[in-house]
Ligand binder design. Structure first.
Ligand SMILES: *Cc1c(COP(=O)(O)O)cnc(C)c1O
Length: 359
């Protein structure tokens, strides 16, 4: 039996988006970012599809990488937060993982190691985001430590992350790029800077390795540019169905808290999907929902398992009809806007109750 709420995964769209990635960075190696369950798309599924097409995968945490290895994924995997502690470090040799090294404790553990196998490393600079990485003032000293280490595969890579790559002609990005370049221009190992926004809008950030996440899934990282503008196609289409259609009398309210009132007798449809599936609870009245491909407005508060739509403009709608919540024909970026958030959080919010179906 198929689950009421399901996400269709369009492999052809993913392949298409990879072509767009390559078009922006024809000479770069691709590290496909599949952290957080591949932004809701299913980490293992995305890993298997991408494994043959990219140079490496990237996840945030060691346990995500180990899960992939234990499921038989043999593609190189970079762990963006690296290891925490000696025990985790041991896994990097065992499972052939690449570590991002961003703080002194990691360096100490790495250098104190006595593993016969050298660890592959990206050394990370904090060029201005103040999240992970070594400050420019400590960079040269740290670099020297790693260069002299027999525990590290040489030459190791160097990387940084931009805080505002989604802003056009951004002073902060220019400053970060300049800091990074000044300290790494002599480095002989690989360099990596760009996430999706930088790949699309900041050619100076496109170096040996790029790290696309969101754009692979066919979603725009920019508030003012749609995926279609960028030539991207949505990989996930989230669907459910109408489980009730009825006329609610004038003056009655719809949903918890009675926040939406029928100005006249209204055909109200109930769709079997809610925040328990990851549909954002804060989606406003008027958020578009497609019923049989036609737009109708969400009304009232989103419940855990259901949401309501106004079917006034769609008198032929009936129980069992298909509802599309986002994806093909309805960008997840639009839903994010109506919910006053960003598409990243909407996609990551997909819960295990949603059945994921490849096509
Ligand atoms: C998540 C992440 C990415 C991918 O970012 P997108 O905006 O999804 O392309 C790249 N690099 C690092 C360090 C990340 O944490």
């Amino acid at each position: 039996m198929m689950s009421a709420a399901y996400a269709l995964i369009d492999q052809a769209a993913l392949q298409h988006n990879l072509v767009i990635v390559r078009r922006h960075a024809p000479d770069a190696n691709i590290m496909a970012v599949i952290k957080a369950n591949a932004y809701g798309h299913g980490m293992l599924r995305m890993a298997r599809i991408l494994a043959v097409a990219v140079d490496s995968l990237a996840v945030a945490r060691t346990d995500e990488a180990i899960a992939l290895r234990e499921q038989g994924v043999t593609t190189p995997i970079t762990v963006l937060q690296g290891f925490m502690g000696r025990d985790e470090l041991m896994c990097y040799a065992k499972y052939q993982l690449t570590a991002v090294v961003h703080q002194h404790e990691q360096i100490r553990q790495l250098l104190a190691g006595s593993s016969p196998e050298k660890i592959a490393v990206w050394l990370k600079m904090d060029s201005g985001m103040s999240r992970l990485g070594f400050l420019p003032t400590e960079w040269n000293a740290v670099c020297t430590l790693l260069q002299n280490s027999t525990q590290v595969q040489q030459p190791f890579g160097v990387m940084t992350h931009l805080a505002s790559a989604d802003e056009v002609d951004c002073h902060q990005s220019r400053q970060q790029l300049q800091r990074f370049d000044t300290l790494t221009c002599q480095h002989i190992g690989a360099k990596s800077i760009a996430n999706s926004a930088a790949i699309l809008a900041c050619p100076a950030a496109v170096t040996d390795w790029i790290r696309p996440g969101l754009m692979l899934y066919g979603v725009s990282p920019f508030p003012d540019k749609s995926a279609a503008d960028l030539g991207l196609k949505p990989v996930m289409t989230l669907k459910s169905r109408l489980i009730s259609v009825k006329t609610v009398p004038q003056g009655e309210t719809v949903g918890y808290g009675g926040s939406w009132r029928c100005q006249q007798a209204t055909r109200v449809g109930i769709v079997s999907i809610g925040y328990g599936d990851g549909y954002p609870r804060y989606a406003r009245n008027g958020t578009p929902v497609l019923i049989n491909g036609k737009v109708v407005p969400l009304i009232g508060r989103v419940s855990m398992d259901m949401l309501a739509v106004d079917l006034s403009t769609l008198p032929e709608a009936k129980i069992g009809d298909t509802a599309t919540l986002w994806g093909e024909g309805l960008p997840v970026e639009t839903i994010a806007q109506y919910a006053e958030t960003i598409p990243y959080t909407v996609l990551c919010g997909i819960t295990p109750r949603v059945e994921i179906i490849e096509r």
